[in-house]
Design a protein around this ligand. Sequence first.
Ligand SMILES: [Zn+2]
Ligand SMILES: [Zn+2]
Length: 215
Amino acid sequence: MLLRAAVEYAAAKIYAPVFEVIAHKYILHGLGKDKDSEWSFHWHGHHKTVRKDGMLDEDYFGPILANSSAQKEIKALAGVTLLHLLLFPFFPVFAVTTAVHAGKYYYKHYKCHTDVEYAFDHLPHHVKHHVVDQDANWGVTSDLVDRIIGTATEVDDEEWARLREFYTKRAERARPRIEAAAAERKEAYQQKLKDSLENITEKLYSFLPEALKSA
Ligand SMILES: [Zn+2]
Ligand SMILES: [Zn+2]
């Protein structure tokens, strides 16, 4: 029983980062380079914004549900997670470990694009994917698979320090604008929610019998 769980766990730990690399390379970039594709949000949206705003992505600021690009990422991750959870009756540890990995993927990616310090300190390979070589460094949660298949980019210390300074400054310049826009989106989103709640209340009220309304 324990051995089986250990094997499932180990299999998921190998499988998940490999899946991540394949999905990133062939789906998000491969299919996503076509502007009309469902996946275009990654290449045409995320990559473009991140280079411009020093690793920050405005889509991760403000209410996520009010933002179509962040929503698409969450939907894709939820879909992938649900598919893998179908394996739960047969391989419970494998299914749960891949689901946890999906959560970790979202958190690390989100953190990397809202906190530049974190990005350079903890996900240097993803920084390289965005600002050094966009056709390499496919792993997000780790660079393990890239190191094995030879797609991890090497950057010397001096160049790394230069990139860090350059993109940190960009992020500092972009942050006030991004935060102001996020605050505006939040306000609009809250207003929309309020309006739809009022709408529902009015509709429900209109269904009430006259006698009750005057009571
Ligand atoms: Zn990418
Ligand atoms: Zn990214």
